[in-house]
Design a protein. Structure first.
Length: 380
């Protein structure tokens, strides 16, 4: 009987690379030999391929997902003091760029099942200073975007979709129209951080839109505020995706749907394994959005989340808590929100209950079985 504990990773990028090694190595060498390290052919090809994949008119590659959000907000022409609605249960980057631009984050609660903002929660926070909404497609599935978009149209608000965690997901509108996650609002933003479903071997990001005027502004802002070299019409930034990362991403884009299908199969395995554990709530799946499981995030409802994490660590099972502290409790953001929020019940509860298990495209059944067995042993 084999009693060896498998080596388990939260994300196994090494095995994923080994399967594509020959092709990736050759593409990297080709870029180095070409000398076209910035905005070279590899960047242009990846941009075009991603436009086709997402079904959008314009993709603007950039340096990382945080830059994508910042450039997006800069391109909208917002003014200091304007309010931007964001979920309080998200990674700090979403609020960070708002604060950097001297805008006012308005932090709202999220749905306890999907962990995403809803139109009802957003509507309650709208004031005459509100200019934009930044819904976050958290952990791999879309917010329910149709009512959010209707609300934005009603109040003349921009929608900047933070799609750093859900590339490859699809959203179905009430009329049956299906669109890619991130392509639903005025602007979509994503990250190619290595652990993402579509990850580079370094930093990277992209912004996308169907609006020609916005696309031109986004390109200008991301390129020092210039349309032609040395002529600067706007205050901009320097945010570029380099050619080596674009070449790697171009290869991995071809496998993204397969990667996401494998992640879903792993999530299905977990769901079945944990179905009878009363203290666990498995991730909700919306009828109108596919889920690409950037994270597989459970809720531990008996107050023993931290004990479970410690137990798993003893059994060589890694886990993470995304996120342990609400944005409004972070020292940098205390008292900065326009609505001066200090407690949101669902966000506060989730921060105490959530735990994410290993989730990536290389998970094998024996590893899933071991992880699930340890979780079940804790609750037995």
């Amino acid at each position: 009987m084999n009693t060896t504990t498998p080596t388990i990773h939260m994300v196994d990028l090494k095995t994923q690379y080994e399967k594509l090694q020959t092709e990736i190595d050759q593409q990297v060498i080709d870029v180095i030999r070409s000398g076209a390290f910035i905005n070279g052919p590899a960047v242009k090809k990846f941009q075009a391929d991603l436009e086709i994949y997402l079904g959008v008119k314009h993709v603007i590659p950039c340096a990382n997902g945080t830059d994508a959000l910042q450039v997006a907000l800069m391109a909208l022409g917002l003014q200091p003091g304007d309010e931007v609605i964001v979920p309080a249960f998200t990674y700090v980057a979403t609020a960070e760029v708002i604060a950097l631009l001297q805008l006012k984050p308005v932090m709202v609660d999220v749905d306890p099942h999907t962990f995403n903002v809803t139109a009802e929660l957003v509507e309650a926070a709208i004031t005459d200073k509100t200019k934009a909404i930044v819904p976050v497609n958290l952990f791999g599935q879309c917010c329910d975007m149709a009512p959010i978009l209707e609300l934005a149209q009603k109040h003349n608000l921009f929608v900047v979709e933070d799609n750093a965690q859900a590339i490859g997901a699809r959203y179905t509108f009430p009329d049956g129209t299906v669109k890619a996650a991130g392509a639903l609002g005025d602007i979509g933003c994503t990250s190619f951080y290595p652990s993402k479903n579509l990850g580079a071997y370094g930093d990277g990001g992209a912004i996308y839109t169907d609006n020609d005027e916005l696309a031109a502004k986004l390109r200008m802002v991301a390129n020092h505020g210039q349309n032609r070299r040395y002529y600067h019409d706007e205050i901009g930034v320097n945010s570029r995706l380099d050619s080596i990362q674009a070449a790697i991403l171009g290869i991995k884009l071809q496998h993204l749907d397969s990667y996401n299908a494998t992640r879903k199969a792993a999530a299905d395995y977990y769901d079945q394994a944990f179905a009878d554990i009363e203290a666990l709530i498995t991730p909700a799946r919306q009828d109108n959005s596919t889920h690409v499981y950037h994270q597989y995030t459970l809720r531990v409802t008996n107050g023993k989340r931290d004990e479970l994490q410690a137990f798993l660590q003893e059994k060589s099972v890694p886990s993470m808590v995304y996120y342990p502290v609400p944005l409004y409790e972070q020292s940098a953001y205390k008292g900065t929100a326009a609505n001066d929020v200090d407690f949101l019940p669902t966000t506060d509860l989730l921060c105490k209950e959530v735990i994410s298990l290993p989730m990536h495209s290389e998970l094998q059944e024996d590893t899933l079985a071991y992880i699930s067995a340890q979780v079940k042993a804790f609750f037995s």
